[in-house]
Design a protein around this ligand. Structure first.
Ligand SMILES: Cc1ncc(COP(=O)(O)O)c(C=O)c1O
Length: 414
């Protein structure tokens, strides 16, 4: 019998989708470590803390009590009610349990929100540098990302004029993330209110406000939710989750609050989720309630530690000749400008001409992992991202290696 050769053909979507740059750096670090290399990893965007014990206990008790079956698609009612209370109390967002959809991580919440609202050919405005997955998710919806680059001297924050200029009749949504990954900076309430004034005049634009880092703030600036503005309430989808504030990245728990239009977006997100994952893990729902209602002290303890690290890494990087490092005020990232080294040559003969080349050379030659800024949008190409969700010894040693390595780079115009 003749052998017919066959090969599985991938969809265009799967073929062209790039893996997450941040996950790729983490995977490369793991490989180098497995080879016995002593690598300092500033790549991973996850707390180095363990989940607080009582949160784990809540899930363990639920598991023991038999909370092991299918659950309502948007999540158990008591967890949604706890989230709605939190959003009213802390964020000033008028909402109820029916406006909340709990999903498998904030990443999934964002994906569902985009899938619920964006048709092929429509535009989604993303303030860049912005989190790696926004652009990929918009692409999966068939939409077009309109990158609006913030100015470095304004901490990469968008101005009302920039936002106004980017909105077209094709604009379906605007994604904003404060505090920001990768910039490590945040908008003030006044700055957000000014963006809100622009958005109020464009009723066709939905606003996706990614507030996953809201609890991790190191400046004297209050977190502000666009969803609390009455003029925008109907159109804001607030995204948040437990990964970052409660050291629960692996639990995969995120949520969206979409109170507008009688919950039309929340219901659409739940319909989509019902055909994708059904719901988040059953016995995690009591852990959500415990975390957001009772673990404020633990969150504050972690925030203080992150704050000390923010000060340390900023001081160390600012002291490196040629590196321009904005002060991190939120999230757990610093985003220094390293473009002064572009055009230079490393001791091993590598030419540094992009943030990708910079990050690759730094990893291979000094064994320090950072994420190239261009992964977060073209305008990030002059920068690299370092996560300071790691111990102070690691920060000291990593910065020592960076300082030493950069001192050996021949810069043509230094
Ligand atoms: C800005 C931003 N949004 C959303 C997420 C996704 O969080 P989760 O782990 O809950 O999916 C991340 C994670 O890195 C992030 O940095």
């Amino acid at each position: 019998m003749a052998v017919v050769s066959s090969s599985v053909r991938l969809s265009d979507r799967a073929r062209t989708l790039k893996p997450s740059a941040t996950f790729a750096v983490t995977a490369r670090v793991k490989t180098l470590v497995a080879e016995g290399k002593d690598v300092i990893g500033f790549g991973a965007g996850e707390p180095d803390f363990d989940t607080p014990e009582p949160i784990k206990e809540a899930a363990i008790a639920a598991l023991r009590d038999g909370m092991t079956g299918y659950q309502p698609v948007p999540g158990r009612p008591e967890a949604r009610a706890a989230i709605a209370r939190k959003l009213q109390r802390e964020n000033g967002i008028e909402c109820g349990p029916d406006d909340i959809v709990i999903s498998v991580g904030a990443k999934h919440s964002l994906y569902l929100a985009l899938q619920a609202m964006v048709n092929p050919g429509q535009e989604v405005i993303v303030a860049t540098p912005g989190w790696v997955s926004y652009m990929a998710m918009v692409g999966l919806c068939g939409g077009t990302t309109i990158e609006v680059p913030g100015a470095t001297e304004n901490d990469f924050k968008l101005t009302p004029a920039q936002l106004e200029a980017a909105i077209t009749p094709q604009t379906r949504a605007f994604i904003i993330n404060s505090p920001s990954n990768p910039c490590g900076t945040m908008y003030t309430p006044d700055e957000l209110a000014e963006l809100g004034d622009v958005l109020a005049t464009h009723p066709q634009v939905a606003i996706i406000s990614d507030e996953i880092y809201e609890k991790l703030i190191y400046a004297d600036v209050a977190h502000f939710s666009l969803g609390s503005l009455p003029a925008l309430r109907e159109r804001v989808i607030t995204i948040n989750g437990l990964s970052k504030a409660y050291a629960m990245t692996g639990w995969r728990l995120g949520y969206a609050c979409a109170p507008g239009d009688d919950g039309v977006v929340a219901k659409a997100m739940a319909r989509l989720q019902g055909q994708m994952t059904s719901h988040a893990t059953s016995f995690a729902f009591p852990a959500i309630v415990d975390a957001i209602e009772r673990r404020g002290d633990e969150v504050e303890r972690m925030r203080r530690t992150f704050g000390e690290r923010a000060t340390l890494i900023h001081a160390r990087l600012s002291a490196v000749p040629g590196v321009v490092c904005p002060r991190p005020t939120g999230a757990f990232y610093v985003f220094p400008d390293v473009s002064a080294f572009y055009g230079g040559r490393t001791p091993a003969g590598r030419v540094i001409d992009t943030s990708v080349a910079f990050a690759e050379a730094l990893l291979e030659e000094a064994h320090v992992a950072v994420v190239p800024g261009e992964a977060f949008g073209a305008c990030g190409g002059t920068h690299v991202r370092l996560s300071f969700a790691c111990g102070t010894e690691q920060i000291e040693e990593g910065c020592r290696r960076i300082t030493q390595w950069l001192a050996t780079i021949e810069r043509p115009q230094a």
